[in-house]
Structures are given as structure tokens and as C-alpha cells.
Design a protein around this ligand. Structure first.
Ligand code: KG4
Ligand code: ZN
Length: 338
């Protein structure tokens, strides 16, 4: 089975072709980072225009690379939400056009479901498993019980973790996206110099909050006045340490909650763009070892937004016997997974 995947929910235009034997025949991504850099974040109108320009050549290139024509496809899977509506409309309309012209079934995929199931594309991971999804737009802990069966255990009450990285980076005058820039700066910083608030730490459950850290950093920058290079490195390191400590505390509770619902299923998958952070990864590895969990990370290019995960979610739906969607479905800017 060969499925074409299309992803346009944020600032990556992505097209992939994936098989039910877990072969990624093509996985093309056009990242719009350069288009949005001057604005310090994603501008929805610019994103939608860039998707329009890139999507058709990318579909053509992905089919070529995978050695397929439309007639070889068994279906089209497209991100139908959640995300920026202008971008979603572009991807969904292209997918509908291909499905109608080539008479192929169409699958409307929840972007979060794509992230949730990626680890099963790259590894042998049985249901159920615990998922930490940390990206620029999402910060959630889910029990992934089956295809289409998710239980929300915790989520952020304000900013997503990637957003906190991006906003901290912006305050330090670093380029968007801020996560990689903060991680790099933090390497040479003193993580103990500034004590930032560990929001929610010690509380029951596994909800998150990052807006307090952001405010504390803006006050800190104001009080320091002109920042030296060392100040910036120390702020980056202190922030990263604080974020990792919050995630450690919250995920310890999440593992306990998950084990009560699913005893013996000690698997933790971490996905989303922030999963690329090596410091966070080593903290989570330490926690997993302490709690007797096995930690899984999809490869970084599949942790960040991509279309292979959307094609794969389509394949999982087909294999689980879910029916295709009609051509009349509407993209959804908001679409909770659970
Ligand atoms: O999953 P993703 O590509 O797009 C969304 O769905 O949001 O995640 C992008 C987010 C951005 O906030 C970016 O700053 C963050 O992931 N990120 C990182 C790192 N690499 C990307 N955050 C911390 N450390 C990193 N190395
Ligand atoms: Zn994403």
C-alpha cells in the first residue's frame, strides 16, 4: 500500500509517500523559516501564500522521487487540523483535487495524531504508550491507546514549551525558531546563575505552565540592563535547566498516572520539535531509567513537522479499518485529539 501525505498546518510545506511496509519513499519539506524570520514568528498570511507556491511542485517532486504516478497511490492523507486555517485550506484543497481526479480515497488526518503515531513508523512500539508531545504549538501528555483512541493526561495551561523557547530567544535577540539557538547558547552558560520559577512543580497531575518563566525572564532582562554575551548564555542555560526540571517533575507524575491505567506498558515516546533538545532528552532518559520506562524518540526530522507522519497516520487508519473521509470535510483550525 502506498499513501501520499500532505502537511501544510504551520510553516512547513511537506509532501511524502510512505508504504504500509514502513518504507518512506519520499519525504520532502520546504521550511518557511526564512520567510518568517524578520517577524520573529509565523505570519499566517505569509505562510498560506508560501504553501500555495510550493505545494504543487513538491507533490510532483515527491511522486517522482518515489517512482509513482497518481494511479499507483492507494490513497491521500492530508492534515485537516489543528493549525493555521489558510495553510490547512491549501493542503486540503490540493488533496481533494488529487483524490477526485485520480479517484482515490481521502483521509483527513489530525496533525497531532500524525505526531502521536510517528514512533510506530520508525520503531516497533505496541499500544498503549505514553506520549509527550512538545512543539511550538503543543504541549500535551497523552495515553495513546489505539488508532483514534487517545486519553489526555495533561497539557499546558498557557504557552507550549517550544513557544517558551521561541519567546525567550526573541527576548535575547536570537533568530526564530529559538529552540536550537537557545540550546546552542546554553552550552557555554551557567545554568545555576539565575533561579527561574518552576511553575506547577510538586503539584498533582501532569499539567504544565511556562508563562511565569517567560515573565521572570523579561523582568530579569529589564533589571540587568545591557546584556553581555555571558549574561545571554547564562539566561539561556538557566531557562533550559528550568524547562527540563519542570518537564522532569510533570513527566514523573505522568508515568505514575499512566502505569495506574496501563500497568506493565512502560513505554514513553517523545515527539514534536522540542524533542530535538539534547539536554531535555538526557533528563528524560534519566527519568525513564529511574521509573523503569523505555524511552523512544522518532528521528529528529520526523519529530518536527513532516508529511511522512501524516501519510503513516493514514496507513494506520486504513489498517485499523477506519473508513475514508468524504470530499466534503472542512479543515479545522481547532481539533482536539481526545
Ligand atoms: O514540531 P515543530 O517543528 O512545529 C510545531 O508543530 O510547532 O516544532 C517547532 C518548535 C519550535 O518552537 C522550536 O523552537 C522548537 O520546536 N525546537 C527546539 C529545538 N529545535 C526545535 N526547542 C528546543 N531545543 C531544540 N533543539
Ligand atoms: Zn507539529
Amino acid at each position: 500500500m502506498k499513501i501520499l501525505g500532505i502537511e501544510t498546518s504551520c510553516d512547513e510545506t511537506a509532501v511524502a509517500v510512505v508504504t504500509d511496509e514502513k518504507k518512506i519513499l519520499a519525504n520532502l519539506i520546504f521550511s518557511q523559516i526564512a520567510e518568517h524570520r524578520d517577524y520573529g514568528g509565523v505570519v499566517p498570511e505569509i505562510a498560506a501564500r508560501a504553501h500555495m507556491q510550493k505545494i504543487t511542485p513538491l507533490v510532483k517532486a515527491a511522486l517522482e522521487e518515489s517512482g509513482s504516478g497518481f494511479s499507483d497511490l492507494d490513497g491521500i492523507a492530508v492534515t485537516a487540523g489543528p493549525g493555521l486555517i489558510g495553510g490547512l485550506i491549501v493542503g486540503v484543497m490540493v488533496a481533494k483535487a488529487i483524490a477526485a481526479a485520480a479517484k482515490k480515497p481521502l483521509y483527513a488526518i489530525n496533525h497531532l495524531e500524525g505526531h502521536a503515531l510517528t514512533a510506530r513508523l520508525t520503531g516497533e512500539i505496541d499500544f498503549p504508550f505514553l506520549l509527550l508531545l512538545v512543539s511550538g504549538g503543543h504541549c500535551q501528555v497523552l495515553a495513546v491507546e489505539n488508532v483514534g483512541k487517545y486519553k489526555l493526561l495533561g497539557s499546558t495551561q498557557d504557552d507550549a514549551l517550544g513557544e517558551a523557547f521561541d519567546k525567550t530567544a526573541k527576548m535575547l535577540g536570537l533568530d526564530y525558531p529559538g529552540g536550537p539557538a537557545i540550546e546552542k547558547l546554553a552550552e557555554s552558560g551557567d545554568k545555576n546563575r539565575f533561579r527561574l520559577p518552576r511553575a506547577m512543580k510538586g503539584r498533582e497531575g501532569c499539567d504544565f505552565s511556562f508563562s511565569g518563566v517567560k515573565t521572570a525572564i523579561s523582568h530579569l532582562i529589564r533589571d540587568l540592563g545591557t546584556l553581555t554575551g555571558q549574561d545571554k548564555q547564562d539566561i539561556a542555560a538557566s531557562f533550559q535547566q528550568c524547562a527540563a526540571e519542570i518537564v522532569h517533575d510533570r513527566m514523573k507524575n505522568a508515568m505514575e498516572i499512566f502505569c495506574e491505567i496501563h500497568p506493565g506498558s512502560n513505554r514513553l515516546v517523545v515527539s514534536g520539535g522540542v524533542a530535538a533538545n539534547k539536554y531535555l532528552k538526557s533528563c528524560l532518559q534519566g527519568l525513564a531509567t529511574e521509573e523503569n520506562f523505555k524511552l523512544f524518540y522518532p528521528p529528529i526530522p520526523l519529530c518536527t513537522d513532516n508529511a511522512a507522519m501524516i501519510a503513516w497516520a493514514g496507513i494506520e487508519k486504513i489498517m485499523a479499518g477506519h473508513p475514508p473521509d468524504g470530499l466534503d470535510f472542512t479543515p479545522r483550525a481547532r481539533w482536539p485529539l481526545y
